[in-house]
Design a protein around this ligand. Sequence first.
Ligand code: NAI
Ligand code: 15L
Length: 269
Amino acid sequence: MTIKAHTKILMTGAAGGLGQALRARLKANCDTLRLSDRVDFGAAGDGEEVVLADLANAQEVNAAVQGVEAIVHLGGVSVEGAFMPILQANILGMYNLYEAARLHGVKRVVFASSNHVTGFYRQSETIDATHAPRPDSLYGVSKAFGEDLSRLYFDRYGIETACVRIGSSFPEPRDRRMLATWLSFDDLHRLITACLSTPVLGHSIIFGMSDNAVTWWDNRCARHVGYVPQDSSDVFRDAVYARTSAPDLDDPVAQFQGGGFVAAGPFGA
Ligand code: NAI
Ligand code: 15L
């Protein structure tokens, strides 16, 4: 697989958990990695640029996007919560990003969508990208909006996007649910690299998971991306079982793929 397919890549959400994990890894994918976030996260290193931008501010987003060839879009509200911050960052922010991409001729985006677009499917079901969204939260709805918006910009303007429905990307699975949803940081980088470098991406939806034995997701609709996971949550299984108790199967949290997000709320202002 060609790792370096672009000269300059913008990564939003650089101050966040995944942004920090990907910062060093993504440098192999380009000559210059432009890093952006709303909050200050320090100075640029070798081969880096820093452009601070609030996703809700069109002018700031425009400046962050100008001059890049591709975007890895991680920025935004990453959990369930009050609607206004989600509206600003994930809905208005997504529109600002794609308008800037259109104006500046950016042709490829990797969008950090989420498993919470389909969180109200049951853990007894296996779904693929043809299944209708069943968001489990306002957060999940905002990611579904992002997927639809990116489809519009592909159909109308030819901007290719990979909507990566990330499961749970942390150093290790934190609970039994994450044994099914876990995505290692190295596999996340492999997946983003595949999305950036596959010859024809189109508008694709791909579930972001490692090669876990238990899974609820089937990536058969995204074979053209060429993502081959190399890690697995299975090595953590015994330790996770030892430190957690069996779930109450009457609890919606244990029934639905979205776990705790299906019960988050009530909705705030
Ligand atoms: P995070 O919450 O650690 O990082 C998000 C970053 O976005 C933060 O640095 C924050 O300052 C920035 N941000 C928030 N609002 C912003 C705004 N209005 N303008 C500019 N920047 C803003 O989240 P994490 O875990 O790093 O996730 C990255 C992305 O991946 C998020 O979009 C999240 O929804 C998505 N994702 C992550 C998963 C995971 O397991 N870590 C699972 C599914 C999706
Ligand atoms: C997400 O979308 C969140 O961003 C992350 O913090 C985790 O909660 C993850 O989903 C998950 O479902 O485990």
